[in-house]
Every structure is written in structure tokens, then in C-alpha cells.
Design a binder for this molecule. Structure first.
Ligand code: ECB
Length: 134
């Protein structure tokens, strides 16, 4: 049985979000607002099908995908660039490669104890987020 990420998760730490957003070309004013946010993730996992809904007081972002099936991602409300994205398992880690204009773009989710971890990558920047169950 694979690990189950399902649940509602609240952000408790957010390391180098500023660097990640700068690598994505997010403007100064938007970065100042965005780095104050404490987003919540609602993850639904049903076999190989996932939905990850990231919500905040400023912007929301909803992603749906199936493991191993490449999809068009629009990053609407984030940097608005389109990517060809693919999510796969690497042991108990969920790995997304977001191929497009930005090199080395992607993310990894895993569970550690009771916490949900997320590494967000773009170019040479890595943002590390940790979430606890709501
Ligand atoms: C949606 C809450 C954050 C809103 C930030 C608003 C503006 C900043 C613009 C771009 C920054 C890039 C990403 C924001 C960081 C988190 C949003 C979702 C990141 C993501 O790809 O999550 C994955 C893995 O959980 C699922 O989409």
C-alpha cells in the first residue's frame, strides 16, 4: 500500500519561499504579500488519482493529476507559465517534474512523522515547506 497524503494540512514553516518566487519572476509587491501567507492544502488521494488544493487569503491553486500521466499545467495565479508536468512515485515520495521555460522546476512531497513536507524547486532555488494536520 502506498503512503496516503489525504487530509487537510496547514503550513507551519516556509524556508526560502522568497528565493523560489524570485526564480519564478514574481514581482516584489506580490512576493511581499505571498510570503506572509499561511496556506492550507487539501489533498485527496484515490488510487493513482490526486487532487491538491492549496488555499490562502490571497490566491488559491488547484491541481489534479494521475501518477505517470503527463498533463498541461497552467500555474494560473502563480507565475502563469505553462508546463508539461508529470508526477511519479519514488519509494514513498511523490515527485513532480514541471518541464517548461524554467530549468529544474518541480516539487517533491513526503510524510515525516505526522508532518507533510514539500520541496519546491526552480532553477537554483529550493523552498522547503512543512505542514501539520489541521
Ligand atoms: C496558492 C497559495 C500561494 C499563493 C502565492 C501567491 C503568489 C505567488 C506566486 C507564485 C509563487 C509560486 C508558487 C506558490 C507556492 C505554493 C502554491 C502551490 C505550489 C505547488 O505547486 O504545490 C503543488 C504541491 O502541493 C501542488 O500544486
Amino acid at each position: 500500500m502506498p503512503v496516503d497524503f489525504s487530509g487537510t494540512w496547514n503550513l507551519i514553516s516556509n524556508d526560502n519561499f522568497e528565493g523560489y518566487m524570485t526564480a519564478l519572476g514574481i514581482d516584489f509587491a506580490t512576493r511581499k504579500i505571498a510570503k506572509m501567507l499561511k496556506p492550507q492544502k487539501v489533498i485527496k488521494q484515490d488510487g493513482d488519482s490526486f487532487s491538491i488544493h492549496t488555499t490562502s487569503t490571497f490566491r488559491d491553486y488547484k491541481l489534479q493529476f494521475k501518477i505517470g500521466e503527463e498533463f498541461e499545467e497552467d500555474n494560473k495565479g502563480l507565475d502563469n507559465r505553462k508546463c508539461k508536468s508529470l508526477v511519479t512515485w519514488d519509494d514513498d515520495k511523490l515527485i513532480c517534474v514541471q518541464a517548461g521555460e524554467k530549468k529544474n522546476r518541480g516539487w517533491t512531497h513526503w510524510l515525516e512523522g505526522d508532518d507533510l513536507h514539500l520541496e519546491l524547486r526552480c532553477e537554483n532555488q529550493v523552498c522547503k515547506q512543512v505542514f501539520k494536520r489541521a
